[in-house]
Design a protein around this ligand. Sequence first.
Ligand code: SF4
Ligand code: SF4
Length: 391
Amino acid sequence: MSPIEQTKIRLPADFETYGEARRAGFLRMKQLKEEGARVVGMFCSFVPTELIYAAGALPVGLCAFTDEPIPAAEANLPRNLCPLIKASYGFALTDTCPYFYFSDFVVGETTCDGKKKMFELMGEIKDTYVMQLPHSRDPAALAFWREQVLAFQRKLEDFYGITITEADIRTAIRRKNRERDVMRCYLELGKLDPAPMSGYEMGTRIDAGSFSFDLEQRCDEVEERTAQALAQWEARKDRGPSSRPRLLVTGCPNAGVREKIIKAVEELGADVVAFDTCNGIREKVELVDESNPDVYDALARKYLNINCSVMSPNDSRRTYIGKMIDEYKVDGVIEIVLQSCHTYDVEAFFIRRFVTQEKGLPYLNIETDYSQADKGQINTRLAAFLETIDK
Ligand code: SF4
Ligand code: SF4
C-alpha cells in the first residue's frame, strides 16, 4: 500500500458536534414542553416511532453516549454491562438528562438482556413501558410483534386520553418513510469516490438531527447538505478516485466512541464511507409498506426486519454488509463492539469470517467503552490496520 497521508478532517462552517447539538436542543425541548408538547423517550430503532407521531407526540432518543453518569449507575448496575445501558440509566438516576426529565413516559424494548433488565430499574424512576420484542422473524413472531405494536398504540391512547386513527398512522408512516428516504440518500453519498464528506460528519449529522424535533425541518436540512455535498463533488470529480482506503463501520451504536475510532481513523488517512449501524443505513433500507391494507402488519413487518444482532438467526446482516461492500467499494471493515454487548460480540464471529473469507477484505474488531483509557491503543491498532489494506 502507498503511504497514507494523515489529515485533519474538513468540516463545513455550520457543523455542530453531537454534544453541541444535544445542548442546543435543551432549550428547544423546554420551550416545546411549555407550549404543551407531548414527549415520549425511547432507546432503540425497534420502537415504531410512527405511533408516537400519530399520537401527536415527539419521540426523543435517550440513549446516552458519554461516560459521565456511569459511576452513579454502577451503584445499582453491574460494572460489566454495556456502557450505553449504564450511561442511559445513570442519566435517569442522577436526573441530569433534560430529555429524560421532559419525557412524559419512556418506551423500552426487550432487545438485549442488559437493556431489558435495566428497564425494570428505570421503571422505579419514571413510567417505563416495555415492548416485548421477539427475537426471530417467523410467522408466530410476526403475529406476536403485531400485537405488541397494537398494545403500544393502546398505551399511547390511555396515557394521553386520545384516540389514534388509522389515518393518523398512515400520515405518520408517510412522514417517516420520507425521512428514511432522505437519510438514505444522504448516507449513500458514501458510494461516491472520492468520498464527498467525512464519515465523522455523516454520522454526527444523523445523530445530532434527532435533537431538532421538527421532522420536516430535519429532512430539509439533510437534503440541503446532500445537494451541497453533491455539487461540491461534481465540481472536483475529474480529479479521479481517491487513494485513501474506504472503510465500512459495523456493530454497536457508535456515537459514544465516534471521536476515538471514526474521527481517529479518518485523521490517519482513511474514509469511513458506509455504516451498517443504527445511526447508519440499518433502519433506513426498508420502508413501511404504505400499500399494506393492515397498518399494524406493515409496521410489524418493517421493524421485525431490522438486522440488529439481538435477532437470531440474523443472516440478513451479512447479506446486507456484502451488498454494501460491493456498492460502496469498501477496502476494509471495522466492527465496533461496546464492552459486554454479547449479541454483537458473538455475532462478530460470522462477520469476521464473512468479511475475510467471502469478501477477502481486512477486518478489525474493536471492543471498547466510553472512557478515553484505550484511545492511544486504539490509534495504534487503527494505524496498523490501515497498513494491511491493499490500495
Ligand atoms: S443496536 Fe439493536 S438494540 Fe441497539 S439501538 Fe440498534 S436496534 Fe436497538
Ligand atoms: S450495544 Fe449491545 S448491549 Fe448495549 S444496548 Fe445495544 S444491544 Fe444491548
